[in-house]
Each structure stands twice: as structure tokens, then as C-alpha cells.
Design a protein around this ligand. Structure first.
Ligand code: FES
Ligand SMILES: [Fe+2]
Length: 324
């Protein structure tokens, strides 16, 4: 697996879904995981008992340990074996071979983040989180795509699909013309600015559409922040994708809105879920499911500058998972 993704942080669950006393399954970069809480602390382990390889996901939490359902061995919050029912009076083995493999975990922005390797950076920064008092906030996910994470991320940053994939919901085919916009690649990722794309106001579905200026900041291979509107009336989307397998991924998003009128939650969620399912249908139809990083594999037009920059950037970072 490529080191960049292995050493990066990825969302695997919403924090609220990781409850004390329960084991939650997740899958990241082709690795099955179990998540559980020791006190308040979130833990992520390989879903494999070191004794005979059974899945721990079918086990249970007992007295701050995870009990394997196969022979009942118990593992403490460091992954060490602390009890063997067949030999209750014998000290459990101390060797590393008798330990569950543990991974780095942290909780931020209401999500559980896991790094399978050695973290090289912190989780991506989401500045609106610090001062969120002006916003209405909605969290979405998990939204599953039977396609690769790079295809799903590319769909989010490719604004040219809006008039067609979302024709009649967010955009209109008659409003497909794309103007100029700026793309800048630096050590903070890819910044796309002054994108004018005709859309209805997502905060107030059914309103007249208009072309307002939006910006995208691609912070990590599968993390992007979209900001649209003015500082007084803004929509911010923090969009994250979990690369589950080469051809499967899960998306999560925070949507922060400051609209003059409060948005009705049910109406807003219904509207956004329609948009999400339109995207999933489009992405799952794309072949190959893995994103081609060779620019000769597909053809490009000036309006594809963002996605060209994204493919080149993934190649430069050495990202291979979910690409060809
Ligand atoms: S396989 Fe887990 S205790 Fe034996
Ligand atoms: Fe879309």
C-alpha cells in the first residue's frame, strides 16, 4: 500500500456511533478494524485475534477488555492478552505475537480518525469548527459508493457535472457554460478559486438559481473543503472519503450554513440526500472504477483543469490505492 495514505488520517466512523461497551466494525485501505471505547478513549485495532486469527468484531467488551469469541482470550486496552480461560492460573503470554495490532486514533470534528501507519501530519484543519456559532450544522454519512475513493473525490471537485447529474435539482442543463477559474497547487494541497457555477441555493431548495463564486481547497487526497457565497451568507462543506477498498469507499460531510432564515432540517436533509444519491449513481457508472492517473487514458478540456491538477497531484504524492 502507498505510504502517503497509510501514514495519513482517515475517518472511519462518527464519534456518536462508537458507544461504550460495544464493538464497531470498520474497514480502511483493505484492512478490517474493530473500534471500541476504553473509558472515553476511542481505540482501533486490527480485526484479528493473534491466537488463531478469529474476528474480534464478533467478540464483546468486558471489564475494559475485548474478549475473543473463539477461545475467550481477553485483551486489555493496549492490546495485550490478560486472560486465557483454558489456563486461568497461568500468566498470559507477554510476547508481541500475543498482542492485537493497534492503530493510532483520534477524535475530531465529531469523527473517529485512524492512521494505519505513522502519522506524518495532524488531521486536516477545518477552521469553521472553531467558531461555529454562526452556523447551522448538519453531518452526513456514511454514504457508500461501489467505486474508488479518487473517483468519488473527483466527482465532488468536478463542478461541470452539476447541470447534468443534478439537472433539475441543483443545476440546469441550459446553465452548463463554464467560465475561467483559478487553480493553484502548493504544499497545502490544491486551491481552486473564482469558480462560477449556476446552482440553486442549497439552503433553500426551490429558490431561483444563480451563479455565485465558490472555492475549493483539496487538503488531502480524500479531503476537500468547499466554500460558497459571501462571508455573511455562506455554505461550507467539509467533505471526507474513507478509502475502504480499491473499488469501494464511504463519504462523510459536514455542511455549515449561515442563511438569513433558518433552514428546516428535514427539508434540507432530504434535498442533500437526493444530491448525494445522484452523485453515487453517476460515480458508480464510471469505468474503470479506479481513477486513471495517466492523462492519456481519458481526454480533457479547459473546464477539466481541477481534475487534471488532482490526478497529477495524486501521482506526485505516490497515491496508488484506487488508481490505475
Ligand atoms: S482465536 Fe481468539 S482466543 Fe483463540
Ligand atoms: Fe454532484
Amino acid at each position: 500500500m502507498d505510504n502517503f495514505l497509510k501514514n495519513d488520517w482517515h475517518v472511519v466512523a462518527q464519534s456518536k456511533d462508537l458507544q461504550q461497551g460495544k464493538i464497531l466494525k470498520a474497514r480502511l485501505l483493505g484492512e478490517d478494524l474493530v473500534l471500541w471505547r476504553s473509558g472515553d478513549e476511542a481505540l482501533a485495532w486490527q480485526d484479528r485475534c493473534p491466537h488463531r486469527g478469529a474476528s474480534l468484531a464478533r467478540g464483546w467488551v468486558k471489564e475494559d477488555t475485548v474478549v475473543c469469541p473463539y477461545h475467550g482470550f481477553a485483551f486489555n486496552n493496549s492490546g495485550h492478552c490478560v486472560h486465557v480461560p483454558a489456563h486461568p492460573d497461568q500468566p498470559p503470554p507477554k510476547r508481541s505475537r500475543a498482542c492485537v495490532q493497534t492503530f493510532h486514533v483520534q477524535e475530531r470534528y465529531g469523527f473517529v480518525w485512524v492512521c494505519l501507519g505513522t502519522p506524518q501530519k495532524d488531521v486536516p484543519f477545518f477552521p469553521e469548527w472553531e467558531d461555529s456559532s454562526n452556523y447551522q450544522k448538519f453531518c452526513f454519512g456514511p454514504d457508500r459508493y461501489l467505486s474508488s475513493a479518487p473517483r468519488a473525490l473527483e466527482n465532488f471537485i468536478d463542478v461541470n457535472h452539476i447541470p447534468y447529474v443534478h439537472g433539475g435539482t441543483l443545476g440546469q442543463p441550459e446553465q452548463a457554460m463554464m467560465g475561467e477559474y483559478k487553480v493553484e497547487v502548493n504544499e497545502d494541497g490544491i486551491k481552486v478559486s473564482e469558480v462560477n457555477v449556476w446552482q440553486v441555493d442549497p439552503g433553500l431548495s426551490g429558490q431561483e438559481g444563480k451563479a455565485d463564486s465558490a472555492g475549493l481547497h483539496i487538503l488531502r487526497p480524500f479531503t476537500v473543503c468547499l466554500r460558497r457565497g459571501s462571508p455573511e451568507r455562506r455554505l461550507t462543506i467539509f467533505f471526507l472519503i474513507t478509502p475502504v477498498d480499491e473499488e469501494e469507499c464511504v463519504a462523510w460531510r459536514w455542511m455549515f450554513l449561515n442563511e438569513p432564515q433558518e433552514v428546516l432540517e428535514n427539508e434540507f436533509r432530504g434535498f442533500v440526500n437526493t444530491i448525494i444519491s445522484e452523485d453515487i449513481t453517476a460515480v458508480e457508472s464510471q469505468r474503470p472504477k479506479r481513477l486513471p492517473l495517466d492523462l492519456q487514458a481519458e481526454f480533457h478540456l479547459p473546464s477539466d483543469r481541477t481534475t487534471i491538477a488532482y490526478r497529477k497531484w495524486l501521482k506526485k504524492l505516490g497515491v496508488t490505492f484506487g488508481t490505475i
